[in-house]
Design a protein. Structure first.
Length: 221
């Protein structure tokens, strides 16, 4: 049985989600500084072309991991040479195989891969949308069954994401309806209303009504 594959399903407001992903990252960075781990972090962002699809994710992870390991760096150098030292285009499938082969290199420390805000990947009507391809990547990495590979994925609980990640998950945490999650949303709305110039003239009961309605409509997000 493989160990340490963590799939986290988090439905958070985007300005709050960084609190959780950054806390996880900070813990791993501490291990990296002690030479106990390698970390590849990718934040999906639909507003930036290089951060919303599989190619951007693969390229980022390969470069990050190579920067932390001489063995990985040597492997990537061979991959680069095999493709005409950059003159030949490497396909997504070749980049994926490169990443797979890298994490299987023996004698390396634990490798942590964090894919944050997976739901930000576009879910188009194509046969294989950018989101579908990233989900396939996660499944492929889990199927490698590399004991030292740790994977953490954060996402809103979208209908097309949960059915794929749930069967793969060694450990799952849902924040969608947690009391603390709802309280954080309420406090964020309250802060905005209390500090915005236009809202200061409102009556207290009107403010509370708006806070209650928006919190309810947010539905944990």
């Amino acid at each position: 049985m493989f160990s340490g594959t963590f799939i986290m399903t988090c439905s958070l407001w985007r300005n709050l989600s960084i609190l959780d992903s950054s806390a996880i990252t900070e813990d791993i960075l501490g291990m990296c500084k002690r030479g106990q781990a390698l970390l590849g972090f990718f934040y999906c962002d639909f507003r930036e072309d290089l951060k919303k699809d599989l190619r951007g994710l693969l390229s980022s992870l390969v470069v990050q991991l190579c920067d932390q390991s001489d063995a990985y760096c040597a492997f990537l150098s061979d991959f680069y040479s095999a493709h005409g030292r950059g003159s030949q285009y490497a396909s997504d499938s070749e980049l994926l195989q490169c990443l797979k082969d890298m994490v299987k290199i023996p004698g390396q420390t634990n490798v942590y891969i964090i894919i944050d805000a997976l739901d930000e990947c576009p879910n188009t009507n194509d046969l294989a949308s950018p989101r579908d391809k990233v989900l396939d990547l996660v499944k492929d990495l889990v199927d490698l069954r590399v004991p030292r590979l740790r994977i953490c994925v954060t996402s809103r609980p979208e209908a097309d994401i949960e059915p794929v990640l749930s069967p793969l998950s060694f450990h799952s945490i849902s924040l969608h309806c947690e009391r603390g999650q709802i309280q954080d949303i309420t406090e964020y709305i309250r802060t905005v209303i209390d500090t915005h110039r236009e809202f200061r003239r409102w009556k207290a009961k009107d403010k509370e009504l708006v806070i209650a309605v928006i919190t309810k409509k947010a539905d944990g997000m």
